[in-house]
Structure formats: structure tokens, C-alpha cells
Design a protein around this ligand. Structure first.
Ligand code: PMP
Length: 421
């Protein structure tokens, strides 16, 4: 079947009438490559089908939740079995305790866990607990790091007042001196240091964690009595079977989880160590759907697979194969790529591409060949991807490089020219 996007276009027209801007959130903040689908019909394993029936090997994995494969049979069996018994009830299902035990067992710094729905819930609870625990207000976080979409951390100024953003100091990720300066500025009012597990900001190359930065953050939190928070919402369970900073031997006080913990079923969590239990138990935190039982059953099944399968090694192997193959294919066509981040969370830019023109052109060609990649947000491999999927991707990527080469001079994306690399 030839690729087409007439159904997607028709849906966008209808959406424009009944949804502000036709779309909000990630898919609306910057233009996406030409032909990029907005609406999807179904997903299974490593694949996704859009509203027109086009099939894609999906390297976005739902922006993170798809870790083991869409519709994973064991996870979904646990979900549907619980759904049949009861989901959003007057109180939590009995499975909540199983899920909490499974999380605490999995995360070495954690002695307790609180479930919620979105990553933003977890980061916001971390903020509240840190302030309640310390009786202080100021938090330090890195410029450009995403922690969610509520007023204290939204990346957009629209609808937000300076008061919403009060008591925050920004530092440069991976720069211990900048962190130290921020700590000095906070003085006796420092409540928390927030940190991403790696630098996985949008529009810029990813950076691995500098272990020295992590150790310094830990030491500064200890010296000042502030709370160290690692926001593992996106990278959690993708870098390690534990909190991502365990890889450098640094334990946070609180860690934020979401996305992959129930393999796509709506659940997030805040995990904490013992000293923060009392403050955690005395903030007011809840939501109508937070105690729904079916996603918690999915989390129990997901965490069992995390412990018992080689899902992590598989996502890394697949990512390595993709990275190496793309570098080779690009070189054959006279391009150089900047592939950054862990190979299981790849971000791919063309080198020498101000305004992202080549990157957009290439991804648009890939879309038309059944490969879904993203031009400025890190991507993901999932455990359902096979070597054959990667090889099919590489073949199509090679065709897309050839087209990009044949296009000659490619105009930058006007709206993105201002973004610095
Ligand atoms: N923190 C990080 C690092 C994230 O990547 C995200 C989501 N992209 C969030 C927090 C917020 O999670 P959610 O969108 O589920 O509220």
C-alpha cells in the first residue's frame, strides 16, 4: 500500500474545530517534518499504524512508555484481568501494595513509594516534600531540563506568573562549579537539587552524566541538608534496572518515575528513602484516577519482566546496531551525523545543519518509508524490536539519505533557526 496521509489531514481539519490549535503539548510546540502523522489507529510490539493505515517501525515508543513492546501480552493480561475485577474504585485495589513492594524492591535507595498518574505529579510531589521536609523554599535545577507541564516547571511562559516560578535557581547540567554557585546563592534557603539522569534536553545533543557532577550534587545536598531529587521519568528502567544514578554509585533521596514503569499503562510514582517518609506522608497529594488498580497490576507484571528478562541488554544491542548502521549509511552518502545519548535513547542530528533543514527532510523521507523518528526529542528502542527491524530501518534510511543528497541545498526550518545548538 502506498503511503498517504489524507485521513490524517481530514482528522486535523476536524480537530482544528474542536481542539484548540488542533493539538497541544509536545506535538504542537514546533513544526514536525512534512507528512508526520498526528493521529494513530493502533500499535503492537515495535510497530505503529497511523490513521491512514501506514505502518511504522516506531522509534518514539510513545515518548517513552513503550519499553517492552506495545500491547505486551503478559503486561496486558495482568491489566485486563484487573480491569475485569475493578479499576478506579472507591479506594485502591489490593494490588497497590504488591506494586509498591515491587517498586521498593527494584529501586535501591527507595524505602517507600507513592503512585500517581503523570511524571509531572511525581516531580511536583518531590518539590512539595522537599519544601515540607526542610521548611525551605529554594530549588536548584538545570537550565533546559524538562520536569513537566505545570506552572512551576512548564517550558512555556504562557499563562504563568513570576510568582509561579519564584524560589528557583538554574545551573548548568554537568557543571559542578555552576551547581556550587547556585548552592551559594540559595544560602540557607535551599530545599532541593533537582537533576535529570542524563542531559536529555530537546533540540540539543544529549550528554552522559558526569559522575563528578552527581557526586558533587550528593555532597552539596548532604552539606546543606537539602533534598537530592533525580527525575527518572523518561530514562527510568532504560539505563538501569534501578535508579539511573545507581550507574555512577550515587543515591538520590527522592526519584521520580513514570512512562515505562507499567509499560504504557497510566501510572507514575515518586520513590523515596527513609528520612523523607514523614514529610511524604503529610503533604496532600491525590487525584481521581491515582488509585486505579489496573495500571498497578500492569506495573507488577512489568517489573517482573524487568527483573527476569534481558530487555535492557536487548534495547542496548538494538540501539548499538542502529547507531553503527546509520553512521555507515550516512557516510556512504557524504553526510555526518551527530548521534548522542545512550544508544537505547538515541538523538540524531545532521552535522552542519543550522535550522534543522536536513534533519527534517531526512525524517520526512523516513516517515514516507514507514520509519517513525523524531527531529529534536530523544527517541527510544524497545525490547520488541528485532535485528530485522533495524536492518529494514537502515535500508530505508539509506534511501532517505540518497534523497536528501539529491535535494541539494535544503532550506532551514524558519521557526527553528533561532534555536542554538
Ligand atoms: N520529567 C521528565 C524527564 C520527562 O521526560 C517528562 C515527560 N516527558 C516529565 C518529567 C513529565 O512527565 P508527564 O508528561 O508524564 O507529566
Amino acid at each position: 500500500m502506498a503511503w498517504s496521509n489524507s485521513a490524517d489531514k481530514a482528522l486535523r481539519e476536524r480537530a482544528a474545530a474542536v481542539i484548540p490549535n488542533g493539538m497541544y503539548g509536545h506535538q504542537s510546540v514546533a513544526p514536525l517534518p512534512d507528512g508526520y502523522p498526528q493521529f494513530y489507529a493502533k500499535a503492537k510490539g515495535a510497530y505503529l499504524w497511523d490513521a491512514d493505515g501506514n505502518e511504522y517501525i516506531d522509534y518514539m515508543c510513545g515518548y517513552g512508555p513503550n519499553l517492552l513492546g506495545y500491547g505486551h501480552p503478559e503486561v496486558d493480561a495482568a491489566f485486563t484481568a484487573q480491569l475485569a475485577k475493578g479499576d478506579a474504585m472507591t479506594g485502591p485495589g489490593v494490588v497497590m501494595v504488591d506494586a509498591a513492594e515491587a517498586m521498593v524492591r527494584q529501586i535501591s535507595h527507595a524505602h517507600w513509594v507513592m503512585f500517581c498518574k503523570n511524571g509531572t505529579d511525581a516531580t511536583t510531589m518531590a518539590l512539595m516534600i522537599a519544601r515540607h521536609h526542610t521548611g525551605r523554599k529554594t530549588i536548584i535545577r538545570a537550565k533546559g531540563a524538562y520536569h513537566g507541564a505545570v506552572p512551576w516547571c512548564s517550558p512555556s511562559p504562557n499563562g504563568i506568573t513570576p510568582a509561579d516560578r519564584a524560589d528557583q535557581i538554574f545551573c548548568d547540567y554537568n557543571d559542578p562549579a555552576s551547581l556550587e554557585a547556585a548552592v551559594r546563592l540559595a544560602g540557607s534557603d535551599l530545599a532541593a537539587i533537582f537533576a535529570a539522569p542524563i542531559k536529555h534536553d530537546v533540540f540539543v545533543d544529549q550528554e552522559p552524566l558526569d559522575p563528578e557532577y552527581a557526586r558533587r550534587a550528593r555532597a552539596l545536598a548532604d552539606e546543606t541538608g537539602a533534598v537530592l531529587v533525580v527525575d527518572d521519568v523518561r530514562a527510568g528502567l532504560r539505563l538501569a534496572r534501578d535508579c539511573s544514578w545507581s550507574l555512577v554509585g550515587v543515591q538520590p533521596d527522592l526519584s521520580c518515575w513514570g512512562k515505562a514503569i507499567a509499560n504504557g499503562h497510566p501510572l507514575s510514582a515518586l520513590a523515596g528513602s527513609e528520612p523523607f517518609r514523614r514529610a511524604a506522608g503529610t503533604i496532600f497529594a491525590t487525584g481521581s484516577y491515582w488509585f486505579a488498580a489496573a495500571p498497578m497490576a500492569a506495573a507488577v507484571a512489568t517489573l517482573k519482566l524487568i527483573r527476569e528478562t534481558d530487555y535492557l541488554e536487548r534495547t542496548i544491542r538494538i540501539g548499538d546496531r542502529l547507531r553503527k548502521g546509520l553512521d555507515e549509511a550516512a557516510e556512504q552518502h557524504g553526510f555526518r551525523l551527530r548521534q548522542t545519548g545512550p544508544s537505547q535513547m538515541p538523538l540524531i542530528f545532521f552535522d552542519d545543519d543550522p535550522g534543522f533543514g536536513k534533519t527534517y527532510f531526512w525524517i520526512s523521507a523516513l516517515v514516507r518509508r514507514g520509519v517513525l523518528m523524531h527531529p529534536w526529542h530523544n527517541m527510544f528502542t524497545c525490547a520488541a524490536m528485532t535485528e530485522a527491524d533495524v536492518d529494514a530501518t537502515l535500508e530505508r534510511a539509506s534511501d532517505a539519505f540518497a534523497l536528501t543528497r539529491a535535494a541539494g541545498r535544503i532550506e532551514p526550518i524558519e521557526a527553528l533557526l533561532a534555536r542554538t545548538r
